[in-house]
Design a protein around this ligand. Sequence first.
Ligand SMILES: [Zn+2]
Length: 295
Amino acid sequence: MTLAATRDAIFPRRRTAPPPPAFRHGRFALSILSDGALTLGGEILAPDAAPPARAALLARLGGDAAGAPVRMNLPLIRAGDELIAIDAGAGDAFQASAGRLARNLAAAGIDRRAVTRVILTHAHPDHVGGVIQPDGELLFPNADHHVGRVEWDFWTDPRFEERRPPALHGFARTAARALDAVAERLHLHAPGDEVVPGLRLLATPGHTPGHMSVELDGPEPLLLVGDACTHDVVFFENPGWRFGFDTDPDLALATRRRLLDRAAADRLLVLGCHWTRPLPGRVERRGAAYRLAPA
Ligand SMILES: [Zn+2]
């Protein structure tokens, strides 16, 4: 099937904007929607970088002293009768430059009411803030929502504010509100669970306690890693660096290394939410570091 035909199959309705990137993977047809962009400060993106290296890195990523822009790549997966969104974007819960998923779906000719499932990789505000739109409506009103049980337990702990640092309290309020809004259609998962045939959840903890990636069967597995590796350039080149928004930085680092080592060894296709290109690539080893090669 040509790329144009694939796009037409995924986006049958009238479009008002150029179609998002789209491709086939085994039985799945994917498109990568955008929720807009975020700006991440150097102390979040690369807290372990020495100041001169950090400034040079931010400049290379198109940023300045205040931070660097990062993308929001949100996969939408067609599998038979199912239309599955991975994460819901930020809504109005994070930065004003994000929260564009609803309008980008409409511009692509996709009816958000047709989405049957939403898999939440984790419950940070840029991933679940969009579950409830600024007007109070659900972004995907007809969808079952799926999240890891460990993730749900963490953010909905009634004693969260006693037990966790104040820096996380705002995140927890956003997470609990989003998860509560879909409670009647919320499925709590263990690692390895299959959501639809050929689509499994993979434990990738550390960024948050119950972070899950999505593994799709195909000619080779495709891993949608969410924020298990938050940035391709920064952490492929510096796999020993921590990320400022990781709940457990050391566990996150171990998870990321395990993921990248497996992806490199098995030549898997991989895409992260905030990576610089909205298409999967292949991970290659470069000495102690990695490189992302176009698929
Ligand atoms: Zn994120």
